[in-house]
Each structure stands twice: as structure tokens, then as C-alpha cells.
Design a protein around this ligand. Structure first.
Ligand code: NAP
Length: 298
């Protein structure tokens, strides 16, 4: 039945954040509903920061079946939840809400999106050295995924060193892996990294065309994989530099799609088979690229 027509039984899911009008999540979830033949819609709810508590309460009262939460509410929403999943507690951010007995339970599926970006390609994290650039919201989920995946050393490089130190101190309570913090300038001298992940905004929006690591960095770099959590542009300058050296590249689109499918799995209390996930990713990639082409032709 999917969402081709709306009737009295149509379920409602949504996204709260500010802004939300650029979001690809309605597209992801509409495709999922279509694939699993569910009569539901997924809509965006622009939500100002002073209204987060009321929005959560109202969504629960109205029987919204599941919510995603995006920038800038991923941390503040935690004050209004009935329960919080352990992983989300460690990360300190929530992007998925599922109704439980007395309100919503919060989860973090960004971390699942990162994990799946690697595992779906058969890339092992155990025993590796990882250089993470950034210490903001996305970086927190990346750091958790890397430490849980068993990297032996995690460098966290950030423009503001104090934020990298705060992230390290938080994660040190839960993980034994070695964590070293440094500035982005110091990251240029890291020679032993096998995995590079950009979770800064460098390469996105006004910073399109810029890279958080210089071309020189890649001269004697032995990294096997380079991931950028950014997906517009599809290939950031960082990924272009890495690809030119034969390094395997992953952009942020898989993270985006898999955080969405993971949220839906939580809402539906079921694991989607790998075949369905692959099919969704393929179809969504086509839709996304078509949308991007449409924007450049406007
Ligand atoms: P955030 O919490 O605001 O963090 C921004 C990060 O970028 C911080 O580490 C910040 O460093 C750094 N940064 C910003 N401007 C910089 C500059 N001019 N020079 C050096 N560093 C700079 O943002 P976020 O939510 O983590 O998002 C980060 C990126 O991830 C965005 O591009 C977002 O679109 C993307 N993202 C992708 C997904 C996905 O599913 N693929 C999910 C979430 C986010 P300071 O700490 O020094 O400010």
C-alpha cells in the first residue's frame, strides 16, 4: 500500500530539527515504507530550540510512531525522554525516538550508519590506527564506532583542541583503546594512520573545495581507507586527494542511508535483510543523484 494514498490508518513518522527543509530523510523513509508495504508517511517538523520539550510531549500524545532528531537538538532532546539507550548515553546524543510506555526512548543510529559503512564493504577496524578529524556531533558517533570496532589507536584532531580533549575524556571512561588528541595542523604529521575519517564541515557548503588535510599529507600516507561524512558534494576535496593516491574512499551517503534504515529497524522491531538494505541504498543513490542534477539545472 505504501504512501500512495492516505487514509484513517496511515501512520505518521517525522523529523524534528532546525532547519529540516533540506533533509533527505523523508525520501529514505518513504522508500522504506514502499519496500515493506507499510501505510505510513514521514514528514518534517521544523522545531525551534525553545519548543523541543513541548514537541516531544506533543508527538507522543499524538501517537507519532517514530521520530528522528537532527541539528541542533540531538543533545537537548535527551532532557525530555522517558528512556535513553546505553550507546546514545555514552555518545551523548540522540537521533532516533521510539515510543515506549511513558514517552519516547532515545537511540543513536548515526553510529550504526558509520559501522555499516565499513562492515558492508568488509573493512575490518580491529587493531587499526584511525585519524578522526573533528570533535562535533558526527565525530562523536564516528569515535564511538571506531573504539567499539576495536581500533588500537584513535587520533582525534580538531580545530578547537579543548573539544577533542572533552570527547577523549568522555570516551576514556568506557573504552581502553589508546586515544590521542591533537590540532588539525598537528594531524598533518601523523604517518601511521590506516583509516582517515573527516567529520568536520570542511568540504561542505561554503567550504566546498577545501580539504582538512593537505595534498602533502597524502605524499607519504599509507592509509587504506578514507571516509568523509559529507555527501554533498559526492566527492569532497579530501576524497579526491585520497583517491588520487589509490586510497579506498567512502562518502557520507552510506552513513546517511544506514542511520535511516537502522532507525526504521528500531521502530519496527525487526532487522532488515542485507538484500533489502542493498536495494534501498541503490534506489536512494539514484534518487539522490537525480535530485542533485535537478538542483544544478535550476
Ligand atoms: P558540528 O557538531 O557543528 O561540528 C563541526 C566540526 O567541524 C567541529 O569539529 C568543528 O571544529 C569543525 N569545523 C567547523 N568549521 C571549521 C573550520 N573552518 N576549520 C576547521 N574545523 C572546522 O557539526 P556536525 O553535526 O558534527 O556535522 C559535521 C559534518 O558532518 C557536516 O558536514 C554534516 O553535514 C555531516 N554529517 C553527516 C551525517 C551523515 O549521515 N552522513 C550525519 C551528521 C553530520 P570546532 O570544534 O573547532 O568548531
Amino acid at each position: 500500500m505504501a504512501n500512495s494514498f492516505i487514509n484513517g490508518k496511515t501512520g505518521v513518522y517525522g523529523l524534528m530539527g532546525d532547519p529540516v527543509d533540506h533533509s533527505f530523510s523523508p525520501c529514505i523513509h518513504s522508500k522504506i515504507f514502499e519496500s515493506i508495504d507499510e501505510n505510513s508517511v514521514y514528514v518534517t517538523f521544523p522545531t525551534k530550540k525553545e519548543s523541543v520539550g513541548e514537541a516531544v510531549k506533543g508527538a507522543f500524545a499524538l501517537g507519532i510512531r517514530g521520530m528522528n532528531v537532527t541539528v541542533p537538538h540531538k543533545v537537548s532532546v535527551m532532557d525530555y525522554l522517558a528512556e535513553i539507550d546505553d550507546t546514545a548515553c555514552v555518545i551523548g546524543a540522540v537521533n532516533t525516538l521510539k515510543p515506549v510506555k511513558n514517552g519516547f526512548k532515545g537511540y543513536n543510529t548515526d553510529v550504526i550508519g558509520v559501522e555499516y559503512s565499513f562492515s558492508s564493504r568488509g573493512i575490518e577496524l580491529g587493531g587499526k590506527v584511525c585519524l578522526l578529524l573533528g570533535a562535533g556531533g558526527a565525530a562523536k558517533a564516528v569515535a564511538y564506532a571506531m573504539l567499539k570496532g576495536g581500533v588500537k589507536r584513535l587520533y582525534i584532531a580538531n580545530r578547537t583542541l579543548a573539544k577533542a580533549d572533552a570527547l577523549k575524556n568522555r570516551l576514556k571512561t568506557y573504552f581502553q583503546n589508546e586515544i590521542i588528541t591533537l590540532t588539525l595542523e598537528e594531524a598533518e604529521n601523523i604517518k601511521d594512520t590506516e583509516i582517515i575519517i573527516n567529520a568536520t564541515t570542511i568540504g561542505f557548503g561554503e567550504k566546498t573545495g577545501l580539504s582538512p588535510l593537505s595534498e602533502n599529507f597524502f605524499e607519504d600516507c599509507r592509509a587504506e581507507v578514507c571516509m568523509d561524512v559529507i555527501y554533498t558534494p559526492w566527492e569532497t576535496e579530501l576524497l579526491r586527494l585520497a583517491a588520487a593516491k589509490g586510497i579506498r574512499c567512502i562518502n557520507g551517503f552510506d552513513m546517511l542511508v544506514y542511520q535511516g534504515t537502522a532507525a526504521s529497524e528500531i521502530w519496527h522491531d525487526e532487522k532488515f535483510p542485507p538484500g533489502l538494505l542493498n536495494k534501498l541504498k541503490k534506489e536512494l543513490t539514484e534518487v539522490f543523484k537525480e535530485n542533485e542534477r535537478g538542483k544544478t539545472n535550476e
